[in-house]
Design a protein around this ligand. Structure first.
Ligand SMILES: O=C([O-])CC(=O)C(=O)O
Ligand SMILES: [Mg+2]
Length: 496
């Protein structure tokens, strides 16, 4: 830590940490686990975003497995080149939507590498059981195509049938090589592909989309906890989203599902409490014809509204959630408007990295005069406003996916079910203590994350058993203890 702290720039710390991961993996995990709050922003958002943008020019050694279009027809062979045989979790990207930074092509590799480092540090999945994969299907990022240090194929992205065939070969090869019980986490795919892949492979493979499902689970948990601060039940609130992509529609659907479970009302009814704004304004029924299919369930009866501020004023939501990938879109006017009719507005600015956050923590607290219950996707430091300290929560899927994945692999689950996402969400919300609430926090601190992950894993596994999706028999009696016993710890062996 002394060495790492000597570096001034976060990117230098990142590079030093990546060197350490390569040179002394145990020490890397020991540092990360013991200093998680300090190092998470280094190996994960926001710094990993900058690292991906500059990946070619900071490149020293390859990490993870690249599979390019050139390997079409030989993907199984390529997979067999990876030295580890017993893989439990794959995180795969095609780099088309890296955080809120757009198409970074092959340089998106930083994301699967970073996510899997958290699988191990936060969720205790053995490092050798983790496989980061980047599918190189080209990039439409002109700057990268012209960059002498770009590390990927210099061609436009494959699309349509060519893309579908390539992905199909990949999915088939993974199952053939590693069996049914390898968890495949899709990460940072563009909207259209993300929804399609999840729907297509959800019934044949053990797949999980972190941006749709992981984000949904973490945000639902934060909302349930926020209700302790603002009062009311989920169904008594109204929700407005800016951004109707993977995170926005994923969160919206999980909220609707949970409301439906709680009130026994049909899910179609529950969806009506939730409104989404995209780049063309409020999603309303008159736009239905031209909407992408994943937005259609949110096209409620309403006259057209062109922008977020007007939508806030007409819908009068109690909860405002940003998932658009664009920074500084929760303007002073927007925050003041929602604060004018809510005693305690709930404001979640979820886009990553920090540069893309819809507003900063300081802005949220200042413009709401200290009344907002605020959380963000990337970390913000505590803010002092009017003599009081406000601690923002970090509503990032990093709370969920490591424990979720551990629960899946330890129970030998063969499919992911939405109820397992609800189970993860519930377990996380239960880990928020009175002391956290007293500080205005809707998430427990990351310093306890391994204990939190064990509880999430146990609840997810319990649900998998209940649904008949778990293949590990017999079912361990105490699932929390079992989860803890499965967790990798970076200890040196004793030699005699
Ligand atoms: O990586 C993160 O910090 C959260 C996430 O999945 C995303 O923004 O795509
Ligand atoms: Mg992501």
């Amino acid at each position: 830590m002394h060495n790492i702290r000597q570096y001034q720039l976060p990117l230098q710390k990142y590079m030093a940490m990546m060197d350490l991961q390569e040179g002394n993996e145990r020490l890397f995990y020991k540092l990360l686990i013991d200093n998680v709050e300090e190092l998470l922003p280094v190996v994960y958002t926001p710094t990993v975003g900058e690292a991906c943008q500059k990946y070619g020019s900071i490149f020293s050694r390859p990490q993870g497995l690249y599979i390019s279009l050139k390997e079409k027809g030989k993907i199984l062979e390529v997979l067999k080149n990876w030295p580890e045989r017993s893989i439990q979790v794959i995180v795969v990207t095609d780099g088309e939507r890296i955080l809120g930074l757009g198409d970074l092509g092959c340089q998106g590799m930083g994301i699967p590498v970073g996510k899997l480092a958290l699988y191990t540090a936060l969720g205790g999945v053995r490092p050798s059981a983790c496989l980061p994969i980047t599918l190189d299907v080209g990039t439409n990022n002109e700057a990268l195509l012209n960059d002498e240090f770009y590390i990927g194929l210099r061609q436009k992205r494959a699309t349509a049938q060519e893309y579908a065939d390539f992905l199909h070969e990949f999915m088939t090869a993974v199952k053939q090589n590693y069996g049914e019980k390898v968890l495949i986490q899709f990460e940072d795919f563009a909207n259209h592909n993300a929804f399609e892949l999840l729907a297509k492979y959800g019934t044949t493979h053990l797949v999980f989309n972190d941006d749709i499902q992981g984000t949904a689970s973490v945000v639902l948990s934060g909302l349930v906890a926020a209700l302790k601060l603002v009062g009311g039940s989920l169904s008594e609130h109204s929700y407005l989203f800016l951004g109707a992509g993977e995170a926005g529609t994923g969160i919206a659907e999980l909220i609707a599902l949970e409301i439906s479970r709680q009130t026994k009302a049909p899910i179609e009814e529950c969806r009506k409490k939730i409104w989404l704004v995209d780049s063309k304004g409020l999603i309303v029924s008159s736009r239905k014809e031209t909407l992408q299919h994943f937005k259609k369930p949110w096209a409620h009866e309403h006259e057209p509204v062109g922008n977020l501020l007007d939508a806030v004023k007409t819908i009068k939501p109690t909860v405002l959630i940003g998932t658009s990938g664009k920074g500084q879109t929760f303007t002073q006017e927007v925050v003041e408007a929602i604060s004018s009719f809510n005693e305690r507005p709930v404001i979640f600015a979820l886009s990553n990295p920090t540069s893309q956050s819809e507003c900063t923590a300081e802005q949220a607290y200042t413009w709401s005069k200290g009344r907002a219950v605020f959380a963000s996707g990337s970390p913000f430091d505590p803010v002092e406003y009017d003599g009081k300290i406000y601690v923002p929560g970090q509503a990032n899927n990093a709370y969920i996916f490591p424990g979720f994945g551990l629960g899946v692999v330890m129970s030998g689950a063969i499919r992911v079910h939405d109820d397992m996402l609800l189970a993860a969400s519930e377990a996380l919300a239960q880990q928020v203590t009175q002391e956290n609430f007293d500080k205005g926090l809707t998430y427990p601190p990351f310093s306890n994350i391994r204990k939190i992950s064990a509880h999430i894993a146990a609840n997810v596994a319990a649900k998998a058993y209940e649904l008949g999706l778990a293949s590990r028999r017999p079912r361990p009696k105490d699932l929390v203890k079992y989860a803890e016993s499965c967790m990798y710890s970076p200890l040196y062996r004793n030699y005699r």
